[in-house]
Design a protein around this ligand. Structure first.
Ligand SMILES: [Zn+2]
Length: 238
């Protein structure tokens, strides 16, 4: 099942994630240094700053939204809600203006040519269609070509790519493309499983439903034997 979905997504949507990366605004040197210092001190592991978010504008919008659904934004319980939601959005969308690939900048030369797999990387993202969260786990495997990266960096890439308005398909492909590109990996396999609030709490209301996506690059896309080997590993540990 995994292999089938990978084949359908691997080739067709690569341009989507490429477009996303290209259209992302460039990072100013100030932002880069701020991000790296946060990284060093682990200040914001779950809440990287997003100074470009217009908090006041979000507050106005949330207030207006509350009025639109028939609420009184001035009642006690809602007074601080617009400001709270604004701060939450700043946190949830903090990956919008950053380059998650920077986590893959430091690589180590290593004569290791077997699969590296990091499984069960938890993440929380925001569905761009409904602005509701989807949460789950990512499994990342790659076949190095002389360059390896610190394992925690793969988790950081997932976390940062997740902190944007997202669809799971693009999240999966963006992570795979970054690893293939920055590590010059011979093969990359990314499998993401998650639960979407927009599926479980509204619309069809199917609690427990899971969405599985995968993106295969390089040898894992081109060679069926390598693909089943890596998918076998992922299935075993996840
Ligand atoms: Zn949705």
């Amino acid at each position: 099942m995994i292999a089938d979905s990978s084949r359908s997504t691997a080739s067709s949507d690569k341009s989507v994630s490429n477009t996303t990366e290209k259209s992302a605004p460039s990072i100013s040197p100030e932002n880069r240094s701020r991000s790296s210092s946060e990284h060093v001190f682990f200040v914001d592991r779950n809440a990287p700053k997003n100074d470009s978010v217009d908090l006041a504008r979000i507050e106005t919008a949330v207030r207006s939204l509350l009025e639109a659904v028939g609420e009184d934004p001035d009642r006690d319980g809602l007074l601080e809600t617009p400001a709270r939601v604004a701060r939450m959005y700043a946190e949830m969308f903090a990956g919008l203006k950053s380059d998650p690939g920077r986590h893959l900048a430091k690589v180590f030369d290593e004569d290791y040519d077997e699969i590296v797999l990091v499984s069960d990387i938890s993440f929380c993202s925001m569905c761009e269609h409904h602005l509701l969260p989807f949460t789950g786990k990512a499994h990342i495997a790659y076949l190095p070509s002389g360059k390896v990266v610190g394992l925690s960096k793969l988790a950081r890439v997932v976390e940062e790519v997740a902190r944007r308005p997202q669809v799971q398909e693009r999240l999966t492909q963006t992570v795979a493309d970054l690893i293939e590109d920055r590590l010059s990996a011979r093969g990359v396999a990314v499998v993401v499983e998650s639960t979407h609030s927009c599926m479980t709490m509204r619309g069809v209301r199917k609690p427990g439903s899971m969405c599985l996506t995968s993106a295969m690059r390089g040898i894992f896309r081109d060679d069926p034997k390598s693909r089943s080997e890596v998918l076998g590993l992922i299935n075993r540990v996840s």
